[in-house]
Design a protein around this ligand. Structure first.
Ligand SMILES: Cc1cc2nc3c(=O)[nH]c(=O)nc-3n(C[C@H](O)[C@H](O)[C@H](O)COP(=O)(O)OP(=O)(O)OC[C@H]3O[C@@H](n4cnc5c(N)ncnc54)[C@H](O)[C@@H]3O)c2cc1C
Length: 385
């Protein structure tokens, strides 16, 4: 039989949209599906690095929605701000609701078929040279394709089915609230408007943030799961600190309620990233950076890798695991080979007192803070053009 599509991409986050766009640009009939209707809320602080924008062929000036350039960031320890300034813009802040809708629309306008409000619940595979994938939605609809890209984030149905997720994965728990407050009000609330204000947790097993972007305020906290009983127990003291600093004066009852999300870090507990007729990208493959949890760029980049490998497979008419193994090679070259060690358990083995003193030293030292926190962990990179 001739499948309905060459490729199906499940999930229209930044990873899925980029993969779908690349596939249609290579001439392949591509279906992108999402369980939500866009614009949709996505819990995320929305900091995005210059390389991520480059990977999207997106110049900040051409982006029609909120994009806050960041040329400065600070780390707050015991109520004291340690500020790092960059000579030019070194990172950006976007609003995921706007950004993801823009990228999905762009993929659609370039030729991808984009179906929304479609929750995929099962995927079936018929093996062999004449084989295909069938994707089934909760509403009874189904579609077939030569191959499938799992881009459904943390709960991706393709990863659930074929990703061989391990219980040992290091997971981040995060909670966040994003509210349109108005730039004028925000400028009065913080002298650090338009920057990233980071608040390391007292035990250094996570950090909180207060980020002002255009009219928007994003407040959140993320922590390693294995060191967290109740995330709210950590959010409350952070909110208390923000009140003390005056950052919430007059706006607290306007704040949108906190949402929660969990995601895996690229922590060297391997997931099965590919197999016959499938590849997993972005959060579905567990690609968020182990240092600060940056996940948008890896989603975009692995989306491009998967699309390139899918293009070769479609040209060759071969979709077996061996043909798709190039995807793993590209990921390993970009993110390092996955081995059986875990950043979480490694960190757990460092005595708490040593961890605190190392963390404090890095935050306070201007050189180490710039290099390790802003450049290495958060990917700040001065924009030259
Ligand atoms: C609180 C928090 C803050 C963060 N801050 C940052 C940050 O500032 N910068 C950064 O780079 N990263 C950040 N991240 C990580 C980042 O949000 C993710 O890594 C990124 O969104 C991954 O993109 P993706 O395309 O893989 O998946 P997603 O963006 O999660 O998209 C997956 C899509 O799949 C759809 N889907 C899921 N299941 C199904 C199904 N069964 N059927 C159909 N569709 C389905 C979903 O509706 C969704 O639209 C943060 C994460 C959290 C939790």
């Amino acid at each position: 039989m001739t499948p309905d599509f060459d490729a199906i991409v499940v999930g229209a986050g930044p990873g899925g949209s980029n993969a779908a766009r690349k596939l249609v640009r290579s001439g392949w009939k591509t279906l992108m599906l999402d369980r939500q209707r866009f614009p949709r809320l996505k819990i995320c602080a929305g900091w995005i690095t210059p390389p991520a924008l480059k990977l999207l062929d997106l110049k900040p000036g051409d982006y029609p929605h909120t994009i806050q350039p960041f040329a400065s960031g600070s780390v707050v320890l015991n109520d004291k701000y340690y500020v790092t300034d960059f000579p030019t813009t070194a990172s950006y802040g976007i609003i995921r609701t706007e950004f993801d809708a823009f990228l999905a629309k762009r993929a659609e306008s370039e030729g991808a078929t984009f179906l929304q409000d479609v929750r995929i619940k099962a995927i079936e595979r018929v093996d062999g040279p004449e084989g295909y994938i069938t994707v089934r939605a909760e509403n009874g609809q189904s579609w077939t394709a030569r191959l499938i890209i799992g881009a459904g984030g943390t709960g991706c149905p393709v990863a659930r089915q074929w990703g061989e997720k391990s219980k040992e994965e290091t997971i981040i728990q995060a909670t966040e609230s994003e509210t349109r407050i108005g730039a004028d009000v925000l400028k009065k609330l913080t002298p650090y408007y338009g920057t990233t204000e980071l608040f390391p947790e007292p035990d250094f097993y996570g950090y909180a943030w207060y980020v002002t972007k255009g009219d928007w305020l994003n407040i959140g906290i993320g922590r390693f799961s294995h060191k967290t009983r109740q995330l709210d127990e950590h959010r409350q003291p952070f909110m208390e600190l923000l009140r003390k600093l005056g950052r919430l004066n007059g706006i607290e009852d306007q704040l949108v309620g906190f949402g929660r999300h969990a995601y895996k870090l690229y922590d060297e507990v391997p997931r099965k990233l590919f197999g016959d007729r499938f590849m997993l990208i972005g959060d579905a493959g567990g690609f968020a950076s182990k240092w600060a949890g940056e996940g948008i760029r890896p989603a975009i980049e692995t989306g491009a890798f998967a699309a390139a490998v899918a293009d070769e497979a479609l040209r060759a008419g071969r979709f077996d695991a061996q043909q798709l193994s190039k995807y793993r090679q590209l990921c390993d070259a970009a993110y390092g080979e996955q081995k059986q060690t875990r950043i979480g358990s490694l960190l757990s083995n460092i005595p708490a007192s040593l961890q605190k003193s190392l963390g404090t030293m890095v935050c306070k030292s201007a050189g180490l803070r710039k290099k390790l926190i802003f450049e290495v962990a958060f990917g700040f990179e001065p924009v030259t053009e």
